[in-house]
Design a protein around this ligand. Structure first.
Ligand code: NAP
Length: 302
């Protein structure tokens, strides 16, 4: 049974994203075998990487590996950095019509001469396992079923696993990107939270954040959210992934979040660390979305 966790209680609990992601991945692996028994084949996930950006290549390799680990079939498509819009379009169309491929993701960002959102919108919405096409974004904003972006789904799972009550809670999301902030706010609203979205023009960021029962930071500014932004007893979710030099970082990985963890940990009732909080959830939900897409395409009920 999931623990219940009062957001009023002040006892900073570290939300273990690695453990929760491992549980989700184990569930997906089990369900892939059930899918295999019923459909006679395994779900397939295609990644499309344009160019040789080393960071993107690491992300794609991680997705490919995770796919194999849960018994899915990975398809690894690589295109040179100087590829034309039409050539990427052709690749996406081929994957859209390939019956062995249930999920298609275009690794972002793409090189500057290409229009990433326009290319993303060409992915078949039924195979859009990143949940970023206009169709799936629209379904989310209507509160209708569809494929949702992986990181916000991962945050919802962290909150649910931690027993955080969202109904009627004040939830503040800092950041309004299409990739994270907007879908995060929509998912919270669907759970009946009272949602505020902040961004770079928000007048009193500290004041708005310090009202939050649930505070979610996705800004890309190292340690922006300090103790003065956090109401005692709040649940704090740090989505930020900022790579610092070893001298700046103060932790072995060189990765820091948007929250000043040391300053906030004594105030919050629960908090995600960086690394080991939100990060591992993204791939876990990419796998879950791929399974969802495969089931829908095969008309197999969950
Ligand atoms: P993004 O597209 O750059 O959006 C950043 C948002 O923060 C924008 O809405 C921006 O406002 C807002 N912002 C910037 N400076 C601000 C300030 N001083 N005060 C208030 N708001 C401010 O970034 P993103 O893709 O959403 O990602 C955000 C962070 O999350 C990054 O560190 C990224 O690496 C991380 N992330 C992690 C994962 C994961 O898997 N763990 C997934 C996605 C993102 P404007 O709209 O007004 O410019």
């Amino acid at each position: 049974m999931r623990p219940t966790h009062s957001i009023k209680e002040v006892s900073a609990r570290i939300i273990d994203g690695r453990a929760i992601a491992a549980r989700v991945r184990a569930e997906v692996a089990r369900d892939v075998e059930l899918f295999m028994e019923r459909a006679g084949r395994r779900p397939g996930l295609a990644t499309v990487l344009v160019g040789e950006d080393p960071g993107s290549a690491v992300y794609v390799a991680g997705k490919q590996r995770a796919c194999t680990e849960v018994g899915m079939v990975p398809f690894d498509r690589r295109l040179p950095a100087d590829v034309s819009f039409e050539q990427v379009t052709e690749e996406l169309r081929t994957l859209n019509s390939d019956e062995d491929v249930n999920g298609v993701l275009l690794q972002l960002p793409v090189p500057g001469h290409l229009d990433g959102p326009a290319l993303t919108s060409l992915i078949d919405p039924d195979k859009d396992v990143d949940g970023l096409t206009p169709v799936n974004a629209g379904l989310l904003s209507l509160g209708s079923p569809g494929l949702r972006p992986c990181t916000p789904l991962g945050v919802m799972e962290l909150l649910a696993d931690s027993g955080v009550e969202l109904e009627g809670a004040e939830a503040v999301v800092v950041g309004r990107s299409n990739l994270f902030g907007k879908p995060m706010a929509a998912l919270l609203l669907m759970q009946n939270a009272t949602v505020t979205t902040c961004h770079s023009r928000t007048r009193d960021l500290r004041g708005v954040c310090s009202r939050a029962d649930v505070l979610i930071a996705a800004v890309g500014r190292p340690r922006l959210i300090g103790a003065g932004f956090v109401k005692p007893g709040a649940v704090v979710i740090d989505v930020g992934m900022n790579r610092l030099t070893p001298e700046q970082a103060g932790n072995a990985s060189g990765l820091v979040g948007d929250v000043d963890f040391a300053g906030v940990v004594e105030l919050a009732s629960a908090i995600t660390p960086v690394p080991g909080g939100v990060g591992p959830m993204t791939i876990a939900f990419l796998l879950r979305n791929t399974l969802q897409a495969a089931r829908r395409q095969a008309r197999i009920e969950a």
